[in-house]
Design a protein around this ligand. Structure first.
Ligand SMILES: Cc1ncc(COP(=O)(O)O)c(C=O)c1O
Length: 406
């Protein structure tokens, strides 16, 4: 992989017409270590967030020994780069054949569920493989309530009374049991974990079975940009949330249990930025070489404000407008699909034009992993960049949370 000091150096040297991911392994290592040092239990990186081999390898080398996986593709990806790593199969709803593969081929011994039919599926395979249920840990996924940019409890999790019943059922079978939850991705309310712990405490007391662990899931917020025309959002960062979580765990009497967290976004978001090129400026519209079917699907639901850095093409001498004035531009993606228009505008210096580049920062989570091959576009060019995005001077643009009139 070619190495550059900054993304600007990469853009001006390579003059790329295709999107280029700027990987910052040092940032990834630092963010992973910061989480592991602050969380009082095992850190199981959520592979779905970004399962690129370079990410998994860097994390394994940084000391991540446990990975949260959800599919055969993820089992294989982890095994390929970290053969000794432990995998937790934390997707609550699984194909029978995938459970078999997990237990038989990959030696996975920790799974989650939120329904009795899932218990039956797991038990069928455990019996078929003649495994001792006591070697398997089943985490019952509890529904939670809170505010996150991406709610997950609409889809997964047992209500508290149901969770009690599931814990007792799994315990009777002879499985080791634990409680897990996921408060939603990129939480917006620092008390969310405490509410989930209160609910887990209620479930624990009613179930009255020995617990083998508590898994607090993901949700820890990554740093993104913000709209400088508004008040900076007053959401505590992950370090403060982890300090609070540690004291909440003690207060609710969970500190003595083996603890697990499954962070994704907070570990990998800052480790990548993306250089895109403006293929055409048409009035207040910018047509770029990436879009909602490639790296920008998650980031463009309009929920997250991404920072951007303008990289003007020095080859363009004549420019219109004031470079210090930042204006809203509608951003259209690379495919022929008219849905491929980002839902929110990008605010960029007025002088932006055809042929310029834009570096979109903090794009490591749920971007590469959501790429499609639609229309034959599949961004897959990587460079290594040393300087963290935030250290390159203030970002001079951002994706707005506002909609834009056409
Ligand atoms: C089961 C599970 N664990 C962990 C994660 C990672 O969450 P986050 O990226 O918010 O840390 C997710 C995200 O969807 C998930 O579904």
């Amino acid at each position: 992989m070619q190495k550059f000091e900054t993304a600007r150096d990469a853009a001006l040297t390579l003059r790329p017409d295709v999107p280029v991911y700027c990987f910052r392994p040092e940032v990834l290592r630092a963010d992973a270590r910061a989480f592991m040092d602050a969380f009082p239990g095992e850190t199981a990186y959520a592979v779905k967030t970004n399962g690129e081999p370079m990410v998994l390898e860097t994390l394994a080398a940084a000391g991540v020994k446990v990975f949260d996986v959800a599919s055969p593709g993820e089992f294989a990806a982890v095994r390929a780069v970290a053969p000794d790593a432990e995998m937790l199969y934390m997707h609550p709803i699984k194909a029978q054949s995938d459970i078999r593969l997990a237990l038989e081929t990959y030696g996975i011994r920790t799974l989650s569920l939120d329904h009795e039919d899932e218990v039956a599926k797991i038990l069928r395979i455990v019996r078929a493989l003649d495994l001792d249920p006591a070697t398997i840990t089943v985490f019952v996924r509890l529904q939670t309530k809170g505010h996150a940019m991406y709610e997950l409890s609409k889809k997964f999790g047992a209500a508290p009374a149901h969770a009690v019943e599931l814990l007792q059922r799994c315990h009777r079978i002879g499985f080791k049991v634990g409680i897990c939850f996921h408060v939603g991705s990129q939480i917006e309310d620092a008390d969310t974990y405490e509410r989930a712990l209160a609910s887990a405490d209620w479930v624990r007391n009613r179930a009255d079975v020995p617990l083998a662990g508590l898994d607090v899931g993901g949700g820890f917020p990554a740093e993104y940009g913000y709209d400088p025309r508004r008040k900076k959002p007053n959401i505590p960062g992950t370090p403060e949330i982890l300090t609070q979580l540690k004291s909440d765990l003690a207060e609710w009497g969970f500190s003595d249990l083996p603890l697990v967290a499954e962070p994704g976004r907070v570990v990998v978001a800052r480790a990548f930025s993306l250089i895109v090129r403006v293929l055409l400026r048409k009035g207040r519209r910018l047509y770029i070489n990436d879009g909602i079917w490639a790296s920008l699907s998650d980031s463009w639901t309009g929920k997250i404000t991404l920072p951007a850095r303008f990289i003007p093409d020095p080859a363009r001498v004549a420019r219109k407008g004031d470079p210090k004035t930042v204006s809203a531009f509608r951003v259209c993606g690379a495919t022929c699909d008219s849905v491929d228009i980002l839902s929110r505008p990008f605010w960029l210096p007025e002088t932006v034009d055809t042929g310029d580049w834009i570096e979109i920062g903090h794009i490591g989570a749920y971007s590469l992993s959501l790429r499609t091959r639609f229309n034959g576009f599949y961004p897959d060019t990587f460079v290594e960049v040393a300087q963290p995005f935030d250290e390159g001077g203030a970002a001079d643009g951002f994706a707005s949370l506002e909609t834009m009139a056409d």
